[in-house]
Design a protein around this ligand. Structure first.
Ligand SMILES: Cc1cc2nc3c(=O)[nH]c(=O)nc-3n(C[C@H](O)[C@H](O)[C@H](O)COP(=O)(O)O)c2cc1C
Length: 356
């Protein structure tokens, strides 16, 4: 196990968070994980936190309420197996099943908390919840209420959009990367720096120095931005609607379900590997940006590949189509189709066609 300074790993944590990482919990004998796409590493009260946003209906919510702790697992390499596990863990609840065993993931005990670390997603943050807060619904802008909390999918569904989030501030009490040797034999983990009093002191001193530098850099860059950039453009990236699929298996998703269950021939050639959504506002023009990544599974190029989505209103009626195409998708390569939805009556969308 390699102890790490979290600040050195911020870029990788943030890059992977955008695609989905895991929050793990353990209450008594019940271990569970869920995928998250929202979160922050930050500083408050001189402490370093990982802040996570968990909707009320999640089983993870119950687990954290009971234990007030969690671990965060970040992959260092997103293999198809890891992408598949993250997709599965983000699309099923762990109330009745053991998602970690289903995905053949290897657990090791947390050191400062009971929640586990995961060998296959080795970058680990052990967190103790020392503060939590319910979202103040009245302060959430209307367009975010409509896009993130449309209230049409109930709490017991993993795709629930009804519930608001509890924000959990997990103080990072230990951070490390699991190594092969951690799983080689009994006693290997004994005597690591974090377990010794000296280690704790020097780690603390190092963190305080780094936090001060970070704070100064933050203030500097904020001031620089204020001076140099007109603040007319802002982008809010949504979490719930970004899903990661493995190259081989698709996880159920209402937005592509109708299309995939018809088994169109094109799916022999291409796999839907990722769906992401972001929400942007440029002055007063609002856009929901849908990005669908397809992979050419064959050894031949595919020409003039087009993706079409239907944009739906509140009642599920189609109000318009949006499409995007690529001239050539090379063998075994990915391409991300960009499908911006600008219609302000748009509530949802569904995949309508993938065609050559
Ligand atoms: C990429 C991705 C990101 C997600 N991010 C979050 C999140 O930040 N907060 C949340 O409450 N749910 C999020 N979810 C949904 C949960 O992972 C999902 O509902 C899961 O089944 C909950 O599991 P549990 O009931 O076992 O806790 C995300 C799902 C995916 C696929």
């Amino acid at each position: 196990m390699k102890q790490i300074d979290v600040t050195e790993y911020l870029p990788i944590i943030m890059q992977e968070l955008k695609k989905g990482i895991l929050v793990n919990t353990k209450n008594g004998d019940k271990t569970n994980s869920m995928t998250i796409g929202w979160g922050q590493v930050g500083i408050e009260w001189g402490k370093m936190f990982f802040t996570t946003y968990i909707r009320h209906g999640r089983f993870t919510h119950e687990q954290i309420e009971a234990t007030k702790e969690f671990t965060v697992s970040v992959p260092l390499e997103r293999t198809p197996e890891i992408a598949k596990a993250i997709g599965y863990i983000g699309s099923k609840t762990g109330r009745e099943i053991d998602k970690l065993t289903d995905m053949n993931l290897t657990l090791s005990d947390g050191k400062e908390v009971k929640s586990p670390a995961i060998k296959e997603l080795p970058l680990t943050l052990e967190c103790k919840v020392i503060y939590q807060q319910e979202q103040n619904i009245d302060n959430i802008p209307q367009e975010i209420k409509e896009s993130c909390y449309p209230q049409d999918v109930p709490s017991d569904n993993p795709r629930a959009n009804k519930d608001y989030h509890t924000v959990y501030y997990g103080e990072i009490v230990n951070a490390y990367i699991l190594e092969e040797s951690d799983f080689a034999g009994v006693g290997v983990n004994n005597g690591t720096v974090v377990n010794s009093a000296n280690g704790n002191k020097s780690t603390k001193a190092l963190w305080i120095t780094l936090l001060s530098i970070l704070l100064l850099l933050g203030i500097g860059s904020f001031a620089y931005n204020k001076m140099n950039k007109p603040q007319t453009y802002r982008t809010v990236v949504r979490e719930e609607m970004s899903s990661v699929y493995s190259n081989t298996g698709l996880v159920n998703d209402s937005r592509i379900e109708k299309f995939t269950s018809n088994n169109p021939k094109i799916l022999d050639k291409v796999a839907i590997t990722e769906i992401r959504e972001s929400f942007s506002e440029n002055n007063s023009n609002k856009t929901k940006n849908v990005a669908i990544t397809l992979k050419n599974k064959t050894d031949k190029p595919i020409n003039d590949l087009e993706v079409v989505i239907n944009v739906l209103d509140k009642k599920g009626n189609i109000i318009e189509d949006v499409d995007d195409e690529v001239k050539t998708l090379a063998p075994q390569s990915d391409y991300t189709f960009n499908l911006p939805i600008k219609n302000n009556k748009a509530i949802n969308w569904e995949l309508s066609e993938i065609k050559e």
